[in-house]
Design a binder for this molecule. Structure first.
Ligand SMILES: [Zn+2]
Ligand SMILES: [Zn+2]
Length: 97
């Protein structure tokens, strides 16, 4: 799985709480099956639930996240696959990348 690079953005108004304010403009690199964003030891965002900055998935967070993907770690497996394919090797099983 490629790395996910997340940047946190608040609405930048006076209703933004201190937790979200502290996250404003912060960039995080997420990896793994269930990417989650941890700030000061607290899970503030998960890929399935969205922002949990206020706890218990209260949906009161108005912040948005920008997602960027780092495919650098996919280059090597794709190159290996390409080289195997071009060398005429028969690919019987789908190759995990
Ligand atoms: Zn907040
Ligand atoms: Zn928020």
């Amino acid at each position: 799985m490629p790395q996910i690079i997340v940047t946190w953005h608040t609405r930048r108004d006076d209703k933004v709480c201190p937790i979200c304010q502290a996250l404003e403009g912060q960039t995080f690199i997420l990896e793994g099956q269930e990417p989650q964003l941890i700030y000061n030891g607290v899970v503030v965002w998960t890929i399935s639930q969205g922002s949990d900055a206020h706890g218990n998935h209260s949906n009161s967070c108005r912040c948005t996240l920008d997602f960027d993907f780092n495919f650098d770690d996919l280059l090597e497996p794709v190159k290996r696959l390409h080289d195997r394919f071009c060398s005429g090797e028969k690919l019987e099983e789908p190759t995990q990348i």
